[in-house]
Ligand binder design. Structure first.
Ligand SMILES: [Zn+2]
Length: 159
């Protein structure tokens, strides 16, 4: 078995959709990035790459590559899962914490969890999504950014 961690932060701005874990969340602002800036999928992708010893999301999908401009981040996760499978790994479980002052994520945590489980091909109880605020301090607490931490456990497909 191997464990990996991932962390990501993106800035919030008006005129952008807010997409978390592949789920469109109603909010007056969204995250800014080269791709769709889905912090949850980026942190999960990094956790999986880390567990398999495959570097990071920036190596795998460079933000200087115009192919990834405004890219749907589900592509990064699917491609990473395929790489893990080719290397003989399968995902055991994933645990995620999203840090957002607003919007309140309580009502959408379940949808994000279900969507992540579907994307990862895992049962719902092998994926967990927790939501925290920024305690009204720092860039997250001031509502300038949303952050995400993820941990992933993988094992040999033959185990
Ligand atoms: Zn990112």
């Amino acid at each position: 078995m191997r464990i990996g961690i991932g962390h990501d932060t993106h800035r919030l701005a008006e005129g952008r959709p807010l997409i978390l874990g592949g789920v469109r969340v109603e909010h007056e602002r969204g995250l800014v990035g080269h791709s769709d800036a889905d912090v949850v999928l980026h942190a999960v992708t990094d956790a999986l790459l880390g567990a398999a010893g495959l570097g990071d999301i920036g190596d795998a999908f460079p933000d200087t590559d115009p192919a990834y401009r405004d890219a749907d981040s589900r592509l990064f996760l699917r491609d990473t899962l395929a790489r893990l499978n080719r290397a003989g790994w399968r995902v055991v479980n994933v645990d995620v914490t999203v840090f957002a002052q607003r919007p309140k994520l309580g009502p959408v945590k379940g949808r994000i969890r279900a969507n992540l489980a579907e994307l990862l091909g895992l049962p719902a109880d092998a994926v967990n999504v927790k939501a925290k605020t920024g305690e009204s301090v720092g860039h997250i607490g001031r509502g300038e950014a949303i952050g995400c931490q993820a941990a992933a456990l993988i094992e040999r497909a033959s185990e």
